[in-house]
Design a protein around this ligand. Structure first.
Ligand SMILES: C[S@@+](CC[C@H](N)C(=O)[O-])C[C@H]1O[C@@H](n2cnc3c(N)ncnc32)[C@H](O)[C@@H]1O
Length: 207
C-alpha cells in the first residue's frame, strides 16, 4: 500500500539530517520539497516536485493524489514537520491518509543548543506566514524566555515589540541561518536588533 511520508530534514545542513530521513527519502517514488530541501538529496533518481510559498496548497493536494494513484511520496519539511511545518496543512486537507512522520531536528532545537538554553520551560511560538500579531505580547510578559519563528523579518518583529510597549532594552538573541557555514548568533537588545539586517532564516529569543 502506498504512503505519504512527512520527513523532517533538520535546519538545513546535511550534518543535521538523520539516517531515518535519508533512508526514507531514498525509498520513495516522488520527493516534494523546497529547492534547499531537495538539494540535500542530489542522488535521488525519482520524480521531484519543487515546493514554493505560492504553490504549497497545490503541491500538498498533488502529493495526496499521487499517493491515491499508488505512489510513495515524501514531503520534505525543514526542521521538524510538526512545528510550523507541513503536518498541520496535510492533516487539514485529509485526515484518513496512510501517513508517517519522520521527525527532524527543528531550528528551535538548534537555536536552544547554540544559546545553551534549556527549552523545557520556555514559550515556543511561530509567527511564520501569520504576520506580527498581539499574540506574542502575552508570551513575552509571562516571565519565561520566548523562542519565536518570526514572520520573515526579525528586525520588523523587534520594532513591532517596541511599538507595542516592550522595553527597547529587553535582551534578545537572533540565531540566523543555523547550521549553514554563514550561521550567525547575535545577542543584544530589541532596539539594536530592530536596526540590524538579517536573512529570513532566523529564530529569535526574547529573554
Ligand atoms: C516554515 S517554518 C519551518 C520551521 C521548521 N519546521 C522547524 O522545525 O524548524 C520556516 C522558518 O523556520 C526558521 N528556520 C528554518 N530553518 C532555519 C535555519 N537554518 N536557521 C534559522 N531559522 C530557521 C525560520 O524562522 C524560517 O522562516
Amino acid at each position: 500500500m502506498s504512503k505519504l511520508y512527512l520527513v523532517g530534514i533538520g535546519p538545513g545542513s546535511s550534518d543535521y539530517l538523520t539516517k531515518a530521513a535519508i533512508e526514507c527519502a531514498n525509498s520513495v517514488d516522488v520527493l516534494v520539497g523546497s529547492q534547499r530541501a531537495l538539494d540535500l538529496f542530489p542522488g535521488f533518481a525519482g520524480e521531484t516536485l519543487v515546493l514554493r510559498a505560492r504553490n504549497m496548497d497545490e503541491m500538498m493536494k498533488k502529493s495526496i493524489s499521487l499517493v491515491d494513484e499508488g505512489r510513495n511520496v515524501a514531503i520534505l519539511s525543514t526542521g521538524d514537520p510538526g512545528f510550523s511545518g507541513v503536518l498541520k496543512p496535510i492533516l487539514k486537507l485529509q485526515e484518513d491518509l496512510d501517513l508517517e512522520v519522520i521527525p527532524g531536528i527543528s531550528s528551535l532545537q538548534l537555536a536552544a543548543a547554540r544559546l545553551q538554553l534549556p527549552w523545557d520551560e520556555i514559550n515556543l511560538l511561530t509567527l511564520h506566514g501569520k504576520g506580527n500579531s498581539q499574540v506574542i505580547l502575552d508570551y513575552v510578559d509571562n516571565g519565561k524566555p520566548t523562542m519565536v519563528l518570526p514572520d520573515f523579518r526579525v528586525e520588523k518583529l523587534a520594532q513591532f515589540l517596541i511599538d507595542e510597549g516592550t522595553n527597547p532594552e529587553r535582551k534578545v538573541s537572533v540565531c540566523e541561518r543555523l547550521s549553514y557555514p554563514d550561521e550567525r548568533i547575535v545577542t543584544g537588545n530589541l532596539r539594536e536588533i530592530a536596526y540590524m539586517e538579517f536573512s529570513y532564516l532566523c529564530v529569535m529569543v526574547v529573554y
